[in-house]
Design a protein around this ligand. Structure first.
Ligand SMILES: [Zn+2]
Length: 209
């Protein structure tokens, strides 16, 4: 395939970018000097080399591969509460609000209604492992913090149903009670965490059930 068609196709896969905008990107690159395109290529290569998933919370981080991110290795954070979010950008927004000082876990997406392979779409196995580990060191609450839309609700139900037996098992083994709560009251329908302000996050946290 010729480079104009190929790059148009590749930019067309970017979130929110249609074929017309994709083609504008290609013409923009053609008009730029070689130093610019060279730098762009270098940084794309560096991005894939230097950014990796934290092995604990799965957020993207600049720490070396297989080392915990700054949030997970921060001993001042409360390990008795774990907040489960869909994406990195949700974590960043909640973290910026300063309303939550516990631990995080990134599911990696949301489940469509009637999704046939949920365990392949989100990190449910990794979450289960983390909860098994955290239950040994005083985990008391899991907060499911997902968007207030049908996919968010569907995913929250799936996560809650999957985690409930694990939480009950820990309870019978160690009398440690792990509560599962869902963030949402105080967020109106259609609210996306990515775009929520500090007050919305604060209220949603206060009114979780
Ligand atoms: Zn982490």
């Amino acid at each position: 395939m010729d480079p104009i068609s190929k790059l148009t196709q590749m930019f067309g896969r970017f979130p929110g970018i249609g074929p017309r905008q994709a083609k504008r990107f290609v013409y923009f690159l053609l008009a730029e000097n070689t130093a610019y395109t060279r730098e762009l290529i270098d940084y794309i290569v560096r991005l894939k080399k230097e950014v990796s998933h934290c092995p604990t919370c799965f957020r993207l981080s600049l720490t070396p591969v297989s080392q915990q991110c700054a949030l997970c290795s921060d001993q001042s954070r409360d390990s008795s509460v774990l907040m489960v979010v869909a994406k990195d950008i949700d974590l960043e927004n909640i973290s910026r609000s300063g309303e939550f000082n516990g631990r995080y876990f990134i599911l990696g997406g949301l489940l469509q209604i009637l999704e046939k392979n949920p365990e392949q779409k989100i990190r449910i196995r990794e979450l289960t492992n983390l909860i098994n580990n955290m239950s040994q060191v005083g985990l008391k609450e899991i907060i499911i913090a997902l968007n207030a839309n049908p996919e968010g609700d569907n995913t929250a139900d799936y996560v809650r149903n999957t985690l409930t037996p694990i939480c009950q098992k820990t309870r019978s083994e160690s009398s440690n009670i792990i509560k599962i709560s869902v963030l949402g009251r105080g967020m109106s329908t259609g609210t996306e965490l990515e775009y929520s302000d500090s007050d919305t996050i604060k209220n949603a946290l206060k009114n979780r059930q």
